[in-house]
Design a protein around this ligand. Structure first.
Ligand SMILES: CCCCCCC[C@@H](O)CC(=O)SCCNC(=O)CCNC(=O)[C@H](O)C(C)(C)COP(=O)(O)OP(=O)(O)OC[C@H]1O[C@@H](n2cnc3c(N)ncnc32)[C@H](O)[C@@H]1OP(=O)(O)O
Length: 737
C-alpha cells in the first residue's frame, strides 16, 4: 500500500527551494494540503520576497494538488499555523526546515551572527512547533520534524553558531518526543545532506550535484506518516542512504571511594578506562542514564564494606543482551542498609491508606500512642530498597527494559515484630528466572537482618513484559505458591478507597519507579496514566486482614502472599474479600468500580492468639530486651482474668476482659514507654509499670519467666501515669544491652 497523506495538512517552513520545496511537492503529490512557507530571503537572511513560496504553490496546484503560501518569518510561528487553520482547518505535520547561514570562524562571530542563527533555527522551530502543539495534542495526532545537521552533531569549522543551534534542535526534539508520546504526537530529527542553497557554500559543486533533495524527502514523508511509530529518533540521510544515530557510553570507572574526596589525579589515573568503549552501553533515556548512577552509589557502599574494586560498568545497564538465566541465577546484589525512624513507619501507614479518621489507626500514625507500632507489611520497604538501589540492572544476564517491569507477586514473612526505628541490612539473591512466554519472571529472595538476626524474608516476583521467549523454564520449586480462596462466599468484605494521590504518597516510602507518577513513563509501559504500586494495594489488603481478624495487633502477623493480576489506578476503591481457614486468611481484592480482580491467590497467615506461651519466651535465653518486653506485653494481655484480678487488687480499679474492652499492654523500648490500658487501646493509658535493674536483667537473660516475675511482684505495676518518665529512663538504659 502506498503511503497517502490524503486529509492531512502539512506545514513546511523554508519551502521556497531546496529540501523544503522537495518536501512540499512530495507531500502534495500524496494528497496532503500544504502550507508553503518562505520568507524569500537570501541564504544569509537578507532581502524578502513572496516569489519563492508562490512559485512552489503554483507548481503544486498545476499538478492538481492543494497548497497555500505563507511569507511570515518562523519567528511569527502563530501566523504560520493560523494560515494552515484558515486554509484547511487543521494542522497535522510541521517540518521545521527553514534556515540561514552566517558562517564565520569562531573568533570573528559577532553577536548578530550568533543571535540571528539561534533565532531562525532554534527559536523559530520552537515558536512554530509550539503554535501547532495543542492542536496536535487535542486531535491525538501530530508529526514534527526538526532539521539538525552533521555540523551540529560533529562540529564544523566556521559554523559555531549554526552547530549550536542545530544540536539545540535535537535537544528540543528529544523532549518533545517524550512529552508528545501519549498524544500520538511524534518528533524526529534529521541531519540531511543535500545539495541546496546552504550546502553549496561549503561543498564542491560536483558533490552538491549528487546529493539531490529527492533523496531526503522520502525519509521525511515516512517519519510523518500515521503508520510510522518512530519517535525521538535522529537520522543522517543523503544520496539515497539513511542511518540512525544513538548515544553510546563507555562502561566508565568509579574514581572515588565512599566518603572520600574525588581528585583530578584519580581521574588521570583511570583515564584510559573511562574512555574505553569496550562493551559500551547505549542509554536511551534519562531514567536509564540515572539508573547507573544510583547503582554506582550502592556499589561504592559495598566496595566500602568488602574493600573490592569495580567499575561503574557493572552498575550501568547490562551490556549482556536479553535474559540469560544461567548467568543471572544465584547472583547476589550488593547488601544495602536501611535506617529508619518512626517517621518512615508513619509515612508508610499513610501510604497504604491509614487515616486518623479511624481511631484504630492511631497506633500506626502517632508516635506518642502508648502502643505505637509499625505495620508488618513495612517489611517490604527495606528489602525493596535492596533491589532498586542494589541495581537489578547490574546483574549479568538481566538486560531489562525498565519501562516494561511490573510487580508480579510478593511473599513476606516476619520472624519478629518490626521495630519502629532502627537499622536493617538486606541481602538480595536472584533465586530464579522464568520464561512465561508473554514475559520473564525474576524471583528475588531478600533476607533482612537487624544486628545479625533475621527479621524478615521477602520474595519479589518481577514480571518483565515482553521479555519472555528466551527458552527458559516456566516454573520453579523456589517460587512461593499462591493459593486460591475457598469456594464459598467470603467471611468478611472491607471496601476502602485509594485517593487520587495514593501513588504520589506511597512512593515517598522508597519505590521511586516513575511508572507510578510520570505519565510519559507510564505511557512507555502501555498505560494511559500512572498506576498504583502493587505493594500499596498489598498494604491495603494486609491491614484489612489485620483489623478484621487480629484486632490490629501487628504481633499476630506472620506472612502474606499476593499475586498482582491487574493494575489498580490511584483513586479506585479496593474491595478486600476474606475467608478464614484456621490461622490462614485467604484474600482476594477487586476494584469496586470495575469488579476486576486485582490481587489473587493471596493469603495472610496469622499467629494464633495464644501460640507463644510465656514459657517459650525464656527458652531462647538470648532474646533481646525489646522482644522480651513485646512478648511480655502480648502475654499479659492474654492472661485475662488473672491479670484483671491482679490489677484490680493493686489499684482497686476495674478492668474487664470481655473481648473488645480487653486490657492491652505494649512496650516500645525506643520510645521508652510502657503502659497498661483500661479498655481499648485508643483510650488513655491508666497504668505504668517499673522493674528493678536486677529483675529486668534476669528476665532479659531468660533466667526468670516473665509471667512468674509479674505475679511474684518483681515486675511491678504502678498506678501513677507520671511514673512513665522514670520508666523511660530505665528502659532507655536497658535498650543499650
Ligand atoms: C528493581 C526493580 C524492582 C521492581 C519491583 C516492582 C516495582 C514496582 O514499582 C512496580 C509495580 O508496582 S507495578 C504495579 C503492580 N503490578 C501490576 O499491576 C501487574 C498486574 N498484572 C498484570 O498486568 C498481568 O498479570 C501481567 C502483565 C503481569 C501478566 O499478564 P499476561 O502476560 O497476560 O500473563 P498471562 O497470559 O495471564 O499468564 C502467562 C504466564 O505468566 C504467569 N503470570 C501471570 N500473571 C503473573 C504475575 N502477576 N506474576 C507472576 N506470574 C504471572 C501466569 O501464571 C502464566 O504462567 P503459567 O502458564 O506458567 O501459569
Amino acid at each position: 500500500m502506498s503511503l497517502s497523506f490524503e486529509g492531512r495538512v502539512v506545514l513546511v517552513t523554508g519551502a521556497g527551494g531546496g529540501l523544503g520545496r522537495e518536501y512540499a511537492l512530495a507531500f502534495a503529490e500524496r494528497g496532503a494540503s500544504v502550507i508553503v512557507n518562505d520568507l524569500g530571503t537570501d541564504t544569509k537572511g537578507g532581502g524578502k520576497s513572496s516569489a519563492a513560496a508562490d512559485k512552489v504553490v503554483e507548481e503544486i496546484r498545476a499538478k492538481g494538488g492543494k497548497a497555500v503560501a505563507n511569507y511570515d518569518s518562523v519567528e511569527d510561528g502563530e501566523k504560520l499555523i493560523q494560515t494552515a487553520l484558515d486554509a484547511f482547518g487543521r494542522i497535522d505535520v510541521v517540518v521545521n526546515n527553514a534556515g540561514i547561514l552566517r558562517d564565520r570562524s569562531f573568533a570573528r562571530t559577532s553577536d548578530l551572527d550568533w543571535d540571528l542563527i539561534q533565532r531562525i533555527h532554534l527559536r523559530g522551530s520552537f515558536l512554530v512547533t509550539r503554535a501547532a502543539w495543542n492542536h496536535m495534542k487535542n486531535q491525538k495526532f501530530g508529526r514534527i520534524i526538526m532539521t539538525a545537521s552533521a555540523a551540529g552533531i560533529y562540529g564544523n569549522f566556521g559554523q559555531a553558531n549554526y552547530s549550536a543551534a542545530k544540536l539545540g534542535m535535537l535537544g528540543l526534539a528529544n523532549t518533545l518526543a517524550i512529552e508528545g508520546r501519549k498524544y500520538n504526537v511524534h518528533c524526529n530529527t534529521i541531519a540531511p545532506v543535500a545539495g541546496s542553497r546552504l550546502t553549496e557554500t561549503v561543498m564542491p559543486p560536483d558533490l552538491v550535484a549528487s546529493l539531490k533533495p529527492e533523496y531526503v524527502a522520502p525519509l521525511v514523508l515516512w517519519l510523518c506518516h500515521e503508520q510510522c511509530q518512530e519517535n525521538g529518533g535522529l537520522f543522517e540521510v543523503g544520496a539515497g542512504w539513511i542511518g540512525k544515530l544513538r548515544w553510546e557510553r563507555s562502561q566508565g570507572q568509579i574514581v572515588r571511594k565512599k566518603n572520600k574526596s574525588m581528585t583530578p589525579e584519580a581521574v588521570r589515573d583511570q583515564w584510559d578506562k573511562i574512555c574505553d568503549f569496550t562493551d559500551a552501553t547505549k542509554p536511551a533515556t534519562v531514567q536509564e542514564s540515572l539508573q547507573s548512577m544510583v547503582s554506582v552509589l550502592s556499589r561504592m557502599e559495598s566496595e566500602d564494606q568488602v574493600g573490592a574494586n569495580s567499575t561503574a560498568a557493572a552498575a550501568s545497564p547490562a551490556s549482556a543482551s536479553g535474559i540469560n538465566p544461567s548467568m543471572a541465577v544465584g547472583q547476589k546484589l550488593p547488601p544495602t542498609t536501611f535506617s529508619f525512624t518512626h517517621t518512615q513507619c508513619i509515612l508508610y501507614a499513610l501510604g497504604v491508606g491509614m487515616s486518623t479518621k479511624d481511631p484504630d489507626h492511631l497506633r500506626f500514625l502517632y508516635e506518642g500512642s502508648p502502643d505505637f507500632s509499625c505495620l508488618p507489611t513495612f517489611g517490604v520497604i527495606p528489602s525493596q530498597a535492596a533491589m532498586m538501589e542494589g541495581g537489578l540492572s547490574s546483574v549479568p544476564g538481566l538486560n531489562i527494559d525498565f519501562t516494561q517491569v511490573l510487580h508480579g507477586e510478593q511473599y513476606l514473612e516476619l520472624y519478629k515484630p518490626l521495630p519502629t526505628s532502627g537499622k536493617l541490612t538486606s541481602e538480595a539473591t536472584i533465586a530464579d528466572v522464568l520464561d512465561k512466554g508473554s514475559g520473564a519472571v525474576i524471583l528475588l529472595d531478600v533476607h533482612t537482618y537487624s544486628g545479625g538476626e533475621l527479621v524478615c524474608y521477602n520474595q519479589f516476583s518481577v514480571f518483565v513484559v515482553g521479555a519472555g521467549g528466551f527458552g527458559g523454564k516456566r516454573t520453579s520449586e523456589k517460587a512461593k505458591a499462591s493459593v486460591p480462596p475457598p469456594k464459598r462466599a467470603p467471611d468478611a468484605v472491607v471496601i476502602d478507597s485509594t485517593t487520587r494521590d495514593q501513588a504520589a504518597l506511597y512512593r515517598l516510602s522508597g519505590d521511586w519507579n516513575p511508572l507510578h507518577i510520570d505519565p510519559s513513563f507510564a505511557a512507555m509501559g502501555g498505560f494511559k496514566a500512572p498506576i498504583l504500586h502493587g505493594l500499596c494495594s498489598f498494604g491495603f489488603a494486609a491491614r484489612h486482614v489485620l483489623k478484621q481478624f487480629a484486632n490490629n495487633d501487628p504481633s499476630r502477623f506472620k506472612a502474606i502472599k499476593v499475586r498482582f493480576v491487574k493494575p489498580v489506578m490511584p483513586g479506585q476503591s479496593l474491595q478486600t474479600e476474606m475467608w478464614k481457614e484456621g490461622n490462614r486468611i485467604h484474600i482476594q481484592c477487586k476494584v469496586k468500580e470495575t469488579d476486576a480482580v486485582v490481587l489473587a491467590g493471596a493469603y495472610v497467615d496469622l499467629h494464633g492468639a495464644s501460640e507463644a506461651s510465656p514459657e517459650n519466651l525464656t527458652q531462647g535465653g538470648g532474646l533481646q530486651s525489646e522482644l522480651v518486653f513485646a512478648e511480655i506485653g502480648r502475654r499479659i494481655k492474654d492472661l485475662g482474668s488473672e491479670l484483671v484480678k491482679k490489677v484490680n487488687a493493686v489499684f482497686g480499679w476495674e478492668i474487664t476482659k470481655d473481648g473488645k474492652t480487653a486490657a492491652q499492654w505494649t512496650i516500645d523500648l525506643k520510645n521508652g514507654s510502657g503502659s497498661l490500658h483500661k479498655g481499648p487501646y485508643s483510650g488513655k493509658a491508666d497504668v505504668t509499670f517499673t522493674v528493678s535493674d536486677e529483675d529486668f536483667m534476669e528476665v532479659v537473660q531468660g533466667k526468670v519467666n516473665p509471667q512468674k516475675a509479674f505475679f511474684s511482684g518483681k515486675l511491678k505495676v504502678r498506678g501513677n501515669i507520671m511514673l512513665s518518665q522514670k520508666l523511660e529512663v530505665i528502659l532507655k538504659d536497658y535498650a543499650k544491652l
